[in-house]
Ligand binder design. Structure first.
Ligand SMILES: NC(=O)c1ccc[n+]([C@@H]2O[C@H](COP(=O)([O-])OP(=O)(O)OC[C@H]3O[C@@H](n4cnc5c(N)ncnc54)[C@H](O)[C@@H]3O)[C@@H](O)[C@H]2O)c1
Ligand SMILES: O=c1ccn([C@@H]2O[C@H](COP(=O)(O)OP(=O)(O)O[C@H]3O[C@H](CO)[C@H](O)[C@H](O)[C@H]3O)[C@@H](O)[C@H]2O)c(=O)[nH]1
Length: 324
């Protein structure tokens, strides 16, 4: 189903993991897309593969711009030559451990980049934004499932950039109510496009569970360290809400449609998760079953800063975005 009027969307960080999957869905839904990415954590081949997946006709509606949000001039160049109806803002750094060792890099990239983006959007009167937030803003939630109105607290510099950026969005909307901003709090994105042509391929040793399991499966790493087997959960391992990246991509389409359709949306946060908790050991078992490969594991102490169990309440996204 294409949209009746062709809307033009700027996608920051569109060459990355969630970005590429979302751009495929945007093009298929009839949107025109411009990506800005500095390729800090991605490769241009990923954009070539998006073109391959959508075919030559839809590819004509995709433009790639090499640029860095920390340089206001790079953003200005885009806005001065075309009108954008909305921005989906993925660009940012996301490695928790790295942010602890080098917080200034995170504040510079995530905060300065986003502030530059808001400034330029305001200048060109483009006031609709879908922002990549994270379940990390719930810290160690006192209750589960996490609901959007829970108290927010971040536990590391990366998490603080997401929390600050949520606060910045609420303040901008508070002062200039014409802004429409959707804050999407992703839980744990996993998986890849069904073609296998795009996906998550982090550089170096992965921090996250799924890419780590995948590297064990292909023999690049010898075994999976299971961090924590004495949590007060059914099997002792930690519980998360793993959401397929294609579902997440569709969540962005739903959020965009909501922005365009609802002048009263204001600045609203939505959880994007499945609402189901899965333990680390259950993930390993599910992967073994699906792939037919044995994943050797080593039971290790808890990883510092990890929560016991986090999963989403999906009620608000279901009710207001029509997304599940
Ligand atoms: N993947 C997750 O587990 C997860 C969970 C919650 C939230 N998020 C957030 O979602 C967003 C996308 O995550 P992802 O997994 O696709 O990450 P990713 O690293 O694959 O994609 C981010 C993209 O942004 C680009 N980028 C970074 N800084 C930039 C800058 N200053 N200017 C231009 N481009 C820049 C990178 O090169 C990369 O292509 C991030 O903001 C991340 O914090 C991710
Ligand atoms: O090699 C590994 C990697 C992870 N885990 C465990 O697997 C679970 C999930 O860990 P991930 O690192 O995959 O994901 P997190 O829940 O820690 O964090 C991710 O999701 C958060 C949102 O919930 C934030 O967005 C954060 O940036 C992002 O990395 C945790 O219990 C972790 O200890 C292992 O046992 N072994």
């Amino acid at each position: 189903m294409g949209s009746s009027v062709e809307q033009n969307i700027l996608v920051t960080g569109g060459a990355g993991f969630i970005g590429t999957h979302t751009v495929v869905q945007l093009l298929k839904e009839g949107f025109k897309v411009s990506i800005i990415d500095n390729l800090d954590n991605s490769v241009i081949e990923a954009v070539d593969r998006v073109r391959e997946l959508v075919g030559p006709d839809l590819s004509k509606k995709l433009e790639f711009n090499l640029g860095d949000l920390r340089n206001k001039g790079d953003i200005e160049k885009l806005f001065s030559k075309q009108r954008f109806d909305a921005v989906i803002h993925f660009a940012g750094l996301k490695a928790v451990g790295e942010s602890v060792g080098n917080p200034r890099r995170y504040f510079d990239n995530n905060l300065v980049g986003t502030i530059n983006l808001y400034e330029t959007m305001a200048k060109y009167n483009c006031k609709m934004m879908v922002f990549s937030s994270s379940a990390t803003v719930y810290g160690q939630p006192e209750k589960i499932p996490c609901m959007e109105d829970f108290e927010l607290k971040a536990m590391n510099p990366y998490g603080r950039t997401k929390l600050f950026l949520e606060e910045i969005a609420r303040d901008i909307h508070g002062a200039e109510p014409e802004w429409r901003i959707v804050l999407l709090r992703y839980f744990n994105p996993v998986g890849a496009h069904e073609s296998g042509r795009i996906g998550e391929d982090p550089k170096g040793i992965p921090n996250n569970l799924m890419p780590y399991i995948q590297q064990v499966a292909v023999g690049r790493l010898p075994e999976l360290n299971v961090y924590g087997h004495d949590y007060p959960t059914e099997d002792g391992s930690a519980v998360r809400d793993y959401i397929h990246v294609m579902d997440l991509a569709d969540g962005h389409i739903a959020a965009l449609r909501k922005l365009f359709a609802d002048p009263k949306i204001g600045c609203t946060a939505y959880n994007l998760g499945t609402g189901r908790g899965t333990s680390v050991l259950e993930m390993v078992a599910a992967f073994e079953k699906a792939s037919g490969k044995k994943i050797p594991i080593k039971l290790c102490p808890r990883r510092s800063g990890d929560a016991t169990a986090v999963y989403a309440s999906t009620e608000r996204a279901e009710k207001e975005l029509g997304w599940k």
